[in-house]
Design a binder for this molecule. Structure first.
Ligand SMILES: C[S@@+](CC[C@H](N)C(=O)[O-])C[C@H]1O[C@@H](n2cnc3c(N)ncnc32)[C@H](O)[C@@H]1O
Length: 257
């Protein structure tokens, strides 16, 4: 997979150089009018556009772009919609005013973590892809752009770069470990949202789902919640203790006893 950081114009390009060094990627100079569709030397380009970090896929068949923006109307609709949130709230074990401390161990673009933080949970986010981590860190850092309400939610989210399988946490730190792994294999029949399809194309398939579940069970004080597509098989060989089914997804809950 060939990825480059884009530099346009004649400015200092300090942030582009920092980013390329951090990710070990080349910097490519392009005119500000470039179109990712016309780029054939790279599969993906990372560029700052209007102060937001954006990942474009390149070439004629380009699938689109990824950018983490917590002010997105759809995301906030989901966060404010009590019916849609019922299943995730139930899966987390939310009752009354008490809120679990959550480790979202497969943070991705941070959408699920944002929903959990909207419900009032303190959420630690862990992401193992350096590139996805950078996109997410960029989205979380733009607090001045979001306004008070969203910034307060982001204040309950704490991002770390790392792999769950190597992650060291203090015993009893997290009530809930939340997992939303990539799909294990390409299934054309499964409807995947555009941003998740691009993430899948970028990161490939998850082959260590069962190990993730085992590790999560060791870290969680009360429960592990696994998000699955509605008809997907369970993550490991054990059956979950509880399942909450929605229109397109399902939450499998494993209780820690
Ligand atoms: C399907 S995405 C998660 C999407 C996320 N729930 C959201 O709302 O945006 C899965 C993410 O988990 C990350 N991941 C997979 N295995 C991991 C591991 N062992 N440790 C940390 N992150 C992992 C992948 O890099 C990917 O970004």
């Amino acid at each position: 997979m060939k990825v480059a950081v884009v530099r346009t114009g004649s400015g200092s390009a300090e942030r582009e150089i920092k980013l390329s060094t951090a990710l070990g990627l080349p910097v490519v100079e392009l005119p500000s009018s470039y179109s990712p569709k016309e780029i054939t030397d790279f599969d993906y380009l990372l560029a700052y556009r209007d102060s937001r970090l954006v990942l474009h896929s390149c070439g004629k068949t380009q699938a689109g772009e990824l950018c983490v923006d917590f002010s997105e109307a759809k995301l906030n609709y989901r966060a404010n919609s009590s019916i849609r949130n019922q299943n995730i709230a139930k899966a987390l074990g939310i009752k009354g005013s008490q809120r679990p401390v959550v480790l979202d161990a497969t943070a991705g673009l941070g959408k699920d973590a944002f929903l959990m933080a909207s419900l009032g949970c303190e959420v630690s986010l862990l992401e193992r892809s350096a590139l996805v981590y950078r996109l997410l860190a960029d989205g979380l850092a733009r607090t001045e752009y979001y306004g008070e309400e969203i910034s307060a939610i982001l204040g309950r989210m704490d991002l770390q770069f790392g792999d769950l399988l190597k992650f060291k946490a203090d015993a009893q730190q997290f009530d809930v470990v939340y997992l939303d792994p990539m799909f294990p294999q390409r299934r054309k029949s499964a409807k995947v949202k555009k941003d998740m399809a691009l993430l899948q194309q970028l990161l490939g398939h998850q082959t260590d789902g069962a190990e993730l579940l085992d590790r999560a069970k060791l870290l969680a004080k009360k429960r592990v919640v696994v998000k699955r597509a509605k008809l997907s098989p369970h993550l490991g060989s054990d059956k979950p203790d509880i399942e909450f089914k929605g229109s397109s997804s399902r939450y499998d809950v494993y209780l820690i006893t």
